[in-house]
Design a binder for this molecule. Structure first.
Ligand SMILES: Cc1cc2nc3c(=O)[nH]c(=O)nc-3n(C[C@H](O)[C@H](O)[C@H](O)COP(=O)(O)OP(=O)(O)OC[C@H]3O[C@@H](n4cnc5c(N)ncnc54)[C@H](O)[C@@H]3O)c2cc1C
Length: 314
């Protein structure tokens, strides 16, 4: 049995940020993830400028590819305009591996199955035990499923479904394009050029609203591929998108039960307007660590529910 102070399930941004903070304060922790890193994570990788400040890392020290956008080309129901911005994009394949290593926490590849309460804390698969447990396993987090799901189910209206593909492509337009509510899509589609010759194309929307319209996401994806071709943005590419789901910010969700905490997607924290999840994942991971360090409350009150203030530079 491996014993530690804090067991973290999930080595994505939420788990790694939590571990980084704990380690900075000399608190022992272990990260378990079912995948070895780097691992594939469907994500456009758009990040806001304050992300590196949140991590207290100098942006120039980031070793991976970082794309800077000075403007977004936005289309809302066909009305097109250019919004001046200062935003970035990373590749999750690189970013998550970098952050995990930076956390300095011991990492084990382990697919967490059985979580039990013990007299002193929590035990995982009879192999790991700790006083504190962090659920950072994303939208399929076993900590959420085992301890929180019955007391705090995720509302169906908050479920976002998405399809995307990241691939090598020689782009002719290096700007980021966003299409909101095209053909009634309850969400948006994106074209995000990345560093080192990669392009990320995707689409996401509210599952319940799509169902109410009698539509599925794939039909919108087909329209997107056609549009990319018509606009000359992506030609002659045989798309093979992968699907994923996650939840938008919950208003009354329980995110702490005794010494078990939920962070990032496991808590359903993506912003209500853009579905931005990386920043809330980092912020919640850090806040959970602070609650353990200070023996205090775990509050998500200061984690923004919307992305637009950061988009327009507020
Ligand atoms: C298509 C798509 C595009 C997106 N685009 C953006 C974007 O551009 N910008 C943005 O800010 N957000 C975006 N998001 C949201 C963002 O990806 C997530 O909010 C973010 O990854 C949450 O981080 P996390 O650490 O909570 O979870 P994750 O990054 O999902 O990490 C969870 C980890 O837990 C591990 N895990 C799961 N189950 C187990 C288990 N049983 N045992 C052990 N380990 C386990 C997984 O392997 C994974 O490594 C997008 C999401 C999708 C689906």
């Amino acid at each position: 049995m491996r014993e530690t102070e804090v067991l973290i399930v999930g080595g994505g941004p939420a788990g790694a940020a939590c571990a980084m903070k704990l380690k900075q304060h000399g608190i022992d922790c272990i990260i378990l993830d079912k995948e070895p890193f780097p691992r594939f994570k469907p994500c456009a990788g758009w990040i806001t400028p304050d992300l590196f400040e949140i991590l207290r890392v100098n942006q120039t020290d980031y070793p991976g590819g970082l794309t800077t956008f000075r403007s977004f080309v936005i289309s809302i129901r066909g009305f097109r305009f250019t919004l001046p911005v200062r935003q970035y994009a990373i590749r999750r394949y690189e970013f998550d591996k970098w952050l995990l290593r930076k956390s300095g926490a011991p990492f084990y590849v382990h697919n967490v199955k059985v979580i039990e309460r013990t007299q002193d804390g929590y035990q995982i698969d009879g192999a790991y035990s700790a006083k504190y447990l962090i659920g950072a396993g994303g939208s399929q987090c076993p900590v959420y499923r085992t301890l929180f799901k019955t007391v705090s189910p995720m509302p169906k209206g908050s479920l976002i479904i998405a399809q995307e593909e990241e691939f090598r492509y020689s782009v002719t337009d290096e700007r980021c394009h966003l299409w909101f509510f095209d053909r009634g899509l309850p969400g948006y589609a994106w074209y995000v050029p990345k560093a080192d010759g990669y392009l990320n194309v995707g689409i996401g929307g509210k599952a319940a609203a799509l169902k109410a319209r009698g539509e599925n996401l794939h039909s919108h994806w087909v329209q997107l591929v056609r549009k990319l071709d018509e606009l000359g943005l992506v030609k002659d590419h045989a798309f093979r998108p992968s699907g994923h789901y996650y939840y938008l910010r919950q208003r009354r969700a329980k995110v702490r039960l005794d010494n078990a905490f939920l962070v990032g997607d496991a808590a359903g924290l993506a912003t209500l307007d853009m579905g931005e999840g990386i920043r809330p994942a980092l912020q919640s991971g850090i806040r959970a660590a602070e609650a353990i360090i200070r023996q205090g409350d775990y509050s998500l009150a200061w984690i923004p529910s919307y992305s637009w203030p950061s988009l327009i530079g507020l």
